[in-house]
Design a protein around this ligand. Structure first.
Ligand code: GNR
Ligand code: NI
Length: 167
């Protein structure tokens, strides 16, 4: 296993659109294992392949209290979305920034599991937020893009300042 480097906003690699996985093979399973290790170490509750500069449609997630329920979504698709909810989101690619984002409240997702088998899932609350947040990453979108231009500029400046300070 390996801990991978997480790309930070506004790195242009975060704007790459991920390709669907053709076959869930050992290479994908290794990527999933490394992504899970990276997510748990961060620590975070989700990670999209885009964030580790792998542009394939792979997501790992674990929203359980004791970090015992790893969920894997390969080639995820939202089949249905209902309602709206506001949730304070954070992102491992935008460390230290927490902002309210409005998204559909209930979703039905279809994806492949680690065996390449198709499954469907109804999600709401944090799980629905997290799936949508990760699916946005696969489309090259970071949650701060839902905020006002002024907030986006402030966040970019904060990130640049932090980069300068850690050099
Ligand atoms: O660890 C994470 N926490 C989180 C909190 C609220 C809404 C979304 C998230 S996802 C984030 C990990 C991450 O950046 N995934 O892309
Ligand atoms: Ni994120």
């Amino acid at each position: 296993m390996a801990i991978l480097e997480i790309v930070h906003y506004p790195d242009p690699r975060l704007y790459t659109v991920a390709k669907p996985v053709a076959v869930v093979d050992d290479n994908i399973r290794k990527l999933v294992r490394d992504m899970a290790e990276t997510m748990y170490a961060a620590p975070g509750i989700g990670l999209a392949a885009t964030q580790v500069d792998e542009h394939q449609q792979v997501i790992v997630m674990d929203i359980s209290e004791d970090k015992s329920k790893l969920q894997v979504f390969i080639n995820p698709r939202i089949l249905q979305a209902d309602g709206m909810q506001e949730f304070e989101e954070g992102c491992l690619s935008v460390p230290g920034i927490f902002e309210i984002v409005k998204r559909p409240e209930k979703i039905t997702v279809e994806a492949l599991d680690i065996e390449g088998k198709k499954f469907k899932l109804n999600a709401d609350g944090l799980l629905a937020v997290c799936i949508q947040h990760e699916m946005d990453h696969l489309k090259g979108k970071v949650f701060v893009e839902y905020l006002s231009q002024l907030k986006q500029i402030r966040i970019k400046n904060k990130m640049k300042k932090r980069l300068r300070e850690t050099m």
